[in-house]
Design a binder for this molecule. Structure first.
Ligand code: IVH
Length: 688
């Protein structure tokens, strides 16, 4: 008889060994070094592959295989804590359609033996916080021990670290606390705190953290509580463990309310709902607001509300039958980078684009992701052939967030920025102090033409319905449309002659073009596609100048006087209008009937400092430059960027340089912040 092991193909044995090593390496990086090397999805893939191999060839299942271990074992350095009531995990529903909520409800009804006539079951629907589960034990109302989940039976004593989480009360806010109360919940870090922490790391040249969850989990499991204290942590309570000397409320919603009344943080998005349809609606609602939350979640949790029913339903192995975690589509997934192409934007900006092996992420299949610019490609060290992690959250454009270096193939290639535009052959140029490379082809470049036309016609610009990507493509390629002004000469016949364009839809597009003639000044300015001028700036410019002509003639100083307009933006606006070609397009647009209401300029408001021109320089003690500017403008002053004879006052802070010197040379009054405030205040007094 051959030995069982002999039946295992060599390649499989070698693969299993490699997988065991890779998983152990990842575990060590995750649990001990607090520096994960691969994403959860990659980890799961490795784990499942090993499980499958071991199922096919049981001889490969070694005793020390990672598949034989349950959860993370307590690490050296923390005292073990045995949980009086086991800390469970929940069954996960990975179907990311809302319908899965109906399946859960149907299963609960079946298991409770309810027939169709029985009323809907009451549930508690909660967010599934993406953090680290902990148990906070209160004895006679005082915080006693805090522990991690560990393997569910034994966790680690992290009490000293949790003392740094201020939202976890040291004492329960009740006169008659339970003798013992184990509160269970999730430790997490807000997205803003995470971003601030990483910004600091970047400034200090330290390594970046991967996501809020890993960072929070790492912070809780720091051996040095001083390190934990540096990472702001939060907590939400969602359940209980052992309880002594307390009448437990009879529902989950009652329980959460009571915990909240004890001063424990409980999330406000929770809802008490009835039946599958309401759960499905909750799932969709939370998915829609997910990106607006201040913290990460990875799904929602449904729990049968009545604790008596929970007891009746009981458990299967380590999971309760009365709850399910309904996951959202993962926002980050690994995939292979097949190539890096470039895309030409409307201002000629060249964006490197990752061509990907199709991957399902954030609820859609993604094949392209942005790499932003050349420096980002280098900073992230992205190479063609790499496995990369792609992120798509909400409606945001998918991006490559990082490389899985461990999986870099030997023949991975570096990206080389092309020297000529792939669309028009013009030179690609990158100015020394700019991050962006640009095609120098201007409107000769069909890609730039197409992008600027699409922008011109887009919903928040001229809003020309029907003038979409496909149509713009045909109109530019055929040479029929070169500038936005040409759009207003299109006839039904022109359009009907194009491929896949019926007479009826041609007529609709022409009607939409006609309708777009009546617009607003703000929309028109935005539609021009001036570099750096977004919707908000376009509105500010329209409000400030009231009409187009003064904007066309505005000097740099006059532009800097507009709210939120700085020197770079002012220069970009001036450059745009200085270009005869752009003037010609604007003239043609007006001639062809594009019109808007003009009004008085709003800056001439009757403030106490109206008519006075200020220049700000140096660092003020209390106010930021923008705040000082806003205060002055609110008082009617004009704030400009450079000192001239027309300047009335220069407000100077620390490290003021040439502008201060110039002011002194011209004999202009120089104020510090206090004097400026006094002037504004004093001027107010004059008015009253
Ligand atoms: S209840 C017996 N509720 O998700 C049920 N868990 O396996 C115990 N989680 O590790 C869990 N938000 O840390 C529950 N609202 C919530 C939750 C939640 C996040 C975590 C929990 C656990 C995992 C589920």
């Amino acid at each position: 008889m051959p030995k069982a092991a002999a039946a295992v193909p060599k390649a499989d044995a070698a693969r299993a060994k490699a997988l065991r090593a890779a998983i152990k390496h990842a575990d060590h990086a995750y649990y001990v070094l607090d520096r994960p090397t691969i994403s959860d999805a990659e980890y799961d893939a490795l784990f499942r592959e090993l499980q499958a191999l071991e199922t096919a060839h049981p001889a490969l299942r070694t005793r020390d295989s990672p598949t034989q271990r349950v959860g993370g074992a307590p690490q050296a350095g923390f005292a073990p804590v045995r949980h009086a009531v086991r800390m469970l995990s929940i069954r996960t529903e990975t179907k990311t359609s809302a319908e899965a909520a109906f399946d859960f409800d149907a299963r609960i009804r079946r298991e409770l033996g309810l027939d169709e006539a029985a009323p809907p079951v009451a549930y508690m629907a909660e967010l599934k916080f993406d953090g680290l589960a902990i148990n906070v034990r209160y004895e006679e109302g005082r915080l006693a021990v805090v522990s991690t989940r560990g393997d569910g039976d034994v966790g680690e004593d992290v009490t000293r670290n949790i003392a740094t989480i201020h939202v976890i009360p040291q004492r329960l806010a009740t006169r008659r606390p339970p003798d013992v109360l184990d509160v269970r919940g999730e430790v997490y870090m807000t997205r803003a705190d995470f971003a601030a922490l990483n910004a600091r790391q970047r400034d200090e040249g330290a390594r970046l953290f991967i996501n809020p969850r890993n960072t929070a989990a790492g912070a809780v499991r720091q051996l040095d509580p001083a390190m934990t204290a540096k990472r702001p942590l939060h907590f939400f309570a969602y359940g209980i463990g052992e309880v002594r000397g307390w009448d437990v409320p009879d529902t989950q919603h009652g329980l959460l309310e009571t915990l909240a009344s004890f001063g424990l943080p409980v999330d406000d998005h929770r809802r008490r709902l009835h039946g599958g349809a309401e759960l499905a609606k909750f799932y969709e609602h939370v998915a829609a607001i997910r990106d607006e939350l201040s913290f990460d979640i990875d799904g929602v949790v449904y729990k049968v509300d009545r604790l008596a029913l929970q007891r009746e339903l009981g458990f299967v192995s380590r999971e309760p039958r009365w709850a399910v975690a309904h996951k959202f589509p993962a926002e980050e997934m690994p995939t292979r980078l097949l190539d890096i192409g470039v895309q030409v934007g409307r201002t000629g900006a060249i964006t490197p684009i990752a061509r990907l092996e199709p991957v399902f992420v954030g609820g859609v299949t993604v094949t392209n992701a942005t790499l932003h610019n050349e420096d980002e490609v280098r900073r992230k060290d992205v190479r063609i052939g790499d496995t990369v992690v792609v992120r798509r959250a909400g409606d945001v454009i998918p991006e490559v967030v990082r490389v899985v270096l461990e999986q870099r193939p030997a023949d991975a290639r570096e990206f080389v920025m092309p020297t000529t535009c792939p669309e028009c052959g013009s030179a690609i140029e990158r100015l020394p102090d700019e991050a962006i490379a640009r095609c120098t082809g201007g409107l000769v470049c069909p890609a730039q033409r197409k992008q600027s036309l699409r922008h011109f016609a887009s919903r928040h610009a001229m809003d020309i319905e029907g003038l979409g990507e496909k149509l713009v493509e045909q109109l530019v390629d055929s040479g029929r449309v070169k500038t936005p002004a040409d759009v207003y000469t299109l006839t039904i016949d022109d359009l009907a002659a194009l491929e896949r364009m019926a007479e009826k839809s041609a007529a609709n597009v022409v009607a939409a073009i006609d309708k777009s003639r009546g617009t607003t000044l703000a929309r028109f300015i935005y539609a021009l596609g001036i570099r750096h001028v977004g919707e908000a700036t376009a509105r500010d410019l329209a409000d400030h100048f009231g009409a187009l002509d003064p904007l066309l003639e505005a000097t740099g100083d006059e532009l800097v006087a507009v709210r939120d307009v700085g020197p770079v933006l002012a220069e970009s606006i001036r450059d745009f209008f200085a270009e005869p070609h752009n003037r010609a397009v604007i003239d043609a647009l007006r001639q062809r009937g594009v019109r808007w209401q003009e009004g008085p300029a709003k800056r001439a408001a009757n403030g106490p400092l109206t008519g006075k021109t200020f220049v700000l320089t140096g660092t003020l003690p209390a106010l930021s430059r923008d705040e000082a500017k806003a205060m002055l403008e609110a008082a009617g002053a004009t704030v400009t960027g450079s000192v001239s004879k027309k300047t009335d006052y220069v407000v100077a802070g620390a490290d003021a340089g040439s502008k201060l010197a110039k002011a002194e040379e011209l004999g202009i009054a120089v104020l510090d912040e206090a004097a400026m405030r006094a002037l504004i205040g004093g001027a107010h007094d004059d008015q009253t």
